[in-house]
Design a protein around this ligand. Sequence first.
Ligand code: ATP
Length: 928
Amino acid sequence: MASDDDFESTTTTSRRASRTRSATRTSPESATTTRQSVEVDLPSVFPSEIASELPSEYASATPSDVLSGLSTALPSTLPSGYPNSTDGMVVLPDGAGITIGDRKYDSFLTKEAAASYRTLNSSVTGCYAQNGAMPLLLSDHAMCNLGFHCPNSTDLMPPQYCPPSFECQAARSMKGSCPEQGILEPIVCKAGYYCPPGGQNQYPCKKGTFCPVGSFEPWKCSFGAICPAESERQIVTVPFGFMIAFDVLLGIIVAIGFFISARRKRTKRNYSVVKNEKDLDADDVELIPTGDRASVATFHDQDELDSNPDFKVFMHFVARIIKTKEVGLSFDFEGLEFEPQRGKKVLKGVSGSIKSGSMWAVMGGSGAGKSTFFNVLMGKTKNTGGSIKINGHAKDLTKYKKLIGYVPQDDIVIPELTVRENILHSARVRLPMTWRDNEIQEYVDSLISCIGLSHVQHSLVGDATRPVVSGGQRKRVSIGMELAAAPMCIFLDEPTSGLDSTSASSIMRLLKAISKLGVTTITIIHQPREQIYTGFDNIMLLGNGSMIYAGPTTSTSTYFNSLGFTFPTRENPADVIMDIITGHGQQYTHDRNWATDSVGSLVDQWSSKGMRTQFLDASTPPRTASPSNSVISTPEQEEFLRLTMKKRGASWPAQAYYCCKRSITQQVRTKGSFFFEIGIGALAGGVIGLSASAAKGQLFRGLYKDSFIILSPAVDYQSVPQVGLLGGMAVGLAASAPAVRVFGEEKMIFNREAAAGHSMSAYYVGKMVSVLPRLFLSSLHYSVFMGILATPIMAWTDMFIAILLYFFCVYGLASCVGMVVKREDGPLLAVMASLIIGILGGVAPPLSKVATWKLEWLWRMSPGVWFTEAFVSQCLLPLDYLYFLKAASEATGFKLGQFSLDMGMLFVIGCVYRIIAYVLLITVQRKR
Ligand SMILES: Nc1ncnc2c1ncn2[C@@H]1O[C@H](COP(=O)(O)OP(=O)(O)OP(=O)(O)O)[C@@H](O)[C@H]1O
């Protein structure tokens, strides 16, 4: 095909020349025959050596006439009236050309004359045209394309194409030339050499430069590249040096991090903000009113409580931040109901009041509706009936989320962080922005001491699959994370489960202490030991979603006695109550019929006796400083709450910074995955580079530019896109699984933090920024090995940018996948998704084919296309002077010369993926 086109264009040019000349031709036979010929001075047309040998008939021939004579079969196809010429030359009248196929001939040689010319040409130029073919002029003057070597061509002996024998063709493909092609056929300048414009000379490439096949000038090697004399490619070393430097730097940073962390473990922090006990005593805030000390001590030994200096420091800080003297948080709820779309009512008309500063326990059997009650009260689940008032106003508690703490049933903590880091992060993000960092650190230290975690504060938290601290310690971390925020109201879902009784008492003691400062404390609790049970001010009992009892803990036995139950003196009252409300209380009553519908009976008793009134009346009297549940907060108090909320929490940039820092710490701690990803990147670059290294940088072969197109070897349009495709797939394999881990495995954490008022966008931005060093390092390792081994002709920096942006896209895509699929399915599906976008890179099926299906827009939505296109474009464009790139572009479908657009689109797609992931994250969070 290619040679046909070339032939046509060559003959067209020659014909044009022939016509110009034929205007001055005169022929002896022109009057009587149709032949036209021109008297031509032979030496002006052919080299004198040839001209002297030519028969006289060639006086009327031009080189293009001779060229046209190549159609050796013509004589037998002549129309009538134009018999074979015996003098070797037949020239048709103007406009009476013969069309064969898609070519038109207006003059030609007879077979005999052509053979004669061929012989002559061979003897002069050494071109042994095969099978009766004629040499083909590539130009009518000494023109030599850029990048070619035409040492013997002159205006009189222009470059020509010598139709090769099979052997010669094979030799050309292998070595670029064969002896039989003669001295006039241009040869593409060989690798390691360059042929300055004109093509007369071919020089070896000097040291410091390199010359790929077809160079017309040496290519300057980039700084530091390995380029000995006669190099056909450059081996870049500076990026390799950068890579090593970054690796060493990374190693140093990690080592310093470990050193600091080890030192921190050894150093005991001294309090500087609160120096000594004197300061605490002098504080105008009464930490725990004297009258309440006994009830605080209920959970534990009074002496121990008072003798712990950290406890005093902690209380000092809490008292400073929780100014519940002004206002606290109280709840009134009336007829609360929750009925899921499918299923029966979970909450049935639960009513009650919880005053600020009171400490409540919520008890009930499994499935009684305790967690649902929590969720409805906190506004996480919308109640389907009833109303909730906060401080006497019908409001949603989510509006106060910065003042609320919620300890979930499951330990949602970050396993890769230490105990202290988990708590410190929560404190930094949620405490008032006016606090200095050393104050926050001291507050956290005192809190850690109070919850009994000082000895493990620098241990990683781990998780259920990789435990580092114990389950009970992890539970205390979870509680610590909420206490660190100094909330005005704290909800705890089974905080003591998994704790030994001493630790449980210690935690409850702490909660009791802060509740005495005005913090409303509501705790779901299972099987509390007696000490803990009696430490609660009030207790709420739920059964089958209904209220069974709500009132002072001390009144429970009286209440159940009134219903005919007797509490054995030696039994834990909490256990007795649990037995009764779960329908196993037969042993405590003489009523033989009671066991039937036991819980319903209790509920009936509660409602029929108007116990709600009793509940209200019997609540613990409010502390003088706190408003009563029946007191509606004043506008001033509401304003105070609003300002408190405004001050709470770090600024957005600070939150983003903390999240970023935390995420980087996590990545360093999961160094296996971190180095694995970088290692895979390096390995992929190395393997793909190695597979392409045999081509010595010549990954592309196209059709030579006009008019040398007929000299073109077999084209290779596929190698460059394939290397791009392989690169994209390798990046997908290397990055998607770790990316899912980074983004997808923290949905629970995200939900917990979002519910606690952390900025969702700051979290996400921090997370995104934290992976940039990882992307950078992976891209660096990939492109360095790829650059050294495959030596593509594109600039290394372009390759690095393209790979970096492709990593960026893969991370974005993997985070989208991580948001919607289950944690265990995430890595596999992310790898699949990355492979799909790689395959949609327009290599197979080629983008040109896809365009015929009118589906290019779909392919263009995949980053793979833009990545491969950038790769193709940057590898081909430097060869624009040599090859007919338009043909390559049309064959592959990739557009050349729009590298900036390709990179821009990769960036945009990567950002779009991130926006989608963020929307998914928010959507999932809102659904909870
Ligand atoms: N959104 C919902 N849709 C359907 N059923 C629900 C929904 N929420 C809760 N339930 C059901 O309501 C019942 C009470 O659930 P809840 O989690 O409140 O119980 P619980 O008292 O906290 O139990 P446990 O002590 O075992 O945690 C359960 O049977 C639960 O399956």
